[in-house]
Design a protein around this ligand. Structure first.
Ligand code: FE2
Ligand code: FE2
Length: 369
């Protein structure tokens, strides 16, 4: 179900500004007055509350006190939006139980990251049911991924070290045939890019293993999977999460994620050719219709072809807020019948086999879907 966020702020511009950042992903309700916000929140019980400096007749701080005293509302996480840096106020708010303090001017990615962090706790809590070594794979990968997103928001290229470590654990899990429960446990995570990249990393890692690449190469290839869409983190959120058709200019911004990803890779240094191929060629297609360079035929090696297949497969079978995921079999069918010239039809059944071999034969859908 779509999570909901209440935004409490007298300043209508600020309310609208924050709503625009979040409304593509979450249900957002804005309130300019405390007298309206309180009964509405009691009736609707939002999943997260964002509060500004003033909420109509009431200061943000006293609104938070009221929320924390209210038995119906006191479990809802609260984030405060401060007008400026103020360490004393921050300490006071944290003592009151505020989960995070954001400072104006707001960075849309920071707002989204805080909301995602606070709203995905149910899924992450369910990881506690996994054996410790499996839980660690998910926690390490998510934390490497989130740190990468935060770093990029601050203009820093990702560090390969934590990504490498997380992918090393992922490859170990793969060798132990433990991918199925791990992928199952991330399916409903709100961070779409994380889920997509993690599935991509797992599937391309399986491919590397199936063609007999040694473990260090499998790790490299999985890293390429986890990083393949990092350029997307620079695409404006309103484009990323837009539900209606994109304008030609917005499409250009989306397609640009490949060039951005390549630039970030160069800034990271020390990345292998395999990682570079996955990041730069996963949208190239055999008939030259792909981007960014319209490579075709022999210009695309087996890894690039597999990356193309996996990206399409993941896009079709990923769970999104407003799209039912296609079943794995329907995805294979669609790809085989409608994408003949674009993808390597000899590799497609091989990929299907690899997925089947990787999970319990009784429940292959656990791995795929
Ligand atoms: Fe991509
Ligand atoms: Fe992708």
């Amino acid at each position: 179900m779509r999570k909901s966020i209440a935004i409490l702020d007298s300043d209508v511009h600020q309310r609208t500004h924050v709503s625009v950042m979040l409304q593509a992903t979450y249900g957002v309700h804005g309130y300019g007055a405390w007298s309206m916000a309180l009964p509405a929140m009691k009736a609707e019980h939002p999943d997260l509350i964002l509060i500004g400096h003033q909420v109509g007749e009431c200061s943000g701080v006293s609104a938070i006190r009221d929320i924390k005293r209210d038995r119906q509302l006191n479990n809802i996480p609260v984030v405060y939006i401060a007008d400026r840096q103020d360490t004393r106020l921050r300490d006071q708010l944290l003592l009151l139980g505020v989960k995070a303090v954001l400072v104006k001017p707001l960075d849309p990615r920071a707002v989204m990251a805080v909301a995602t962090d606070l709203l995905t706790s149910d899924v992450e809590k369910s990881w506690q049911e996994l054996p410790p070594h499996q839980r660690k794979v998910l926690e390490d990968t998510l934390s490497a991924f989130n740190n990468m997103a935060r770093g990029l928001a601050n203009g820093q290229p990702p560090e390969i070290g934590p990504i490498n470590e997380a992918c090393s654990s992922l490859v170990d899990a793969m060798a132990q045939h433990e991918l199925a429960p791990l992928l199952q446990k991330i399916r409903n995570h709100d961070n779409y890019t994380f889920v997509h990249s993690m599935r991509f990393a797992a599937f391309i890692g399986l491919f590397a293993r199936a063609i007999g690449l040694p473990k260090p190469m499998q790790i490299q290839v999985a890293c390429g999977g986890l990083l393949h869409d990092m350029g997307m983190m620079i695409v404006p959120p309103y484009v990323m999460y837009k539900q209606s058709a994109l304008t030609p200019e917005e499409w250009k911004q989306v397609r640009n994620h490949v060039a951005t990803g390549h630039r970030l890779l160069q800034a990271m240094g020390q990345v292998s050719k395999g990682v570079e191929i996955i990041v730069t060629q996963h949208h190239e297609r055999l008939d030259g219709s792909g981007y960014p360079n319209g490579l075709k035929g022999d210009q695309l090696n087996e890894l690039a072809r597999m990356a193309g297949i996996i990206d399409v497969f993941c896009a079709l079978t990923d769970r999104r807020p407003h799209k039912n995921p296609m079943s794995a079999e329907s995805a294979f069918e669609t790809m085989a019948t409608t994408m003949g010239g674009q993808i390597d039809l000899a590799l497609l059944p091989r990929f299907r086999e690899i997925l089947l071999e990787s999970g319990s034969k009784d429940e292959p859908e656990v791995v795929w879907e």
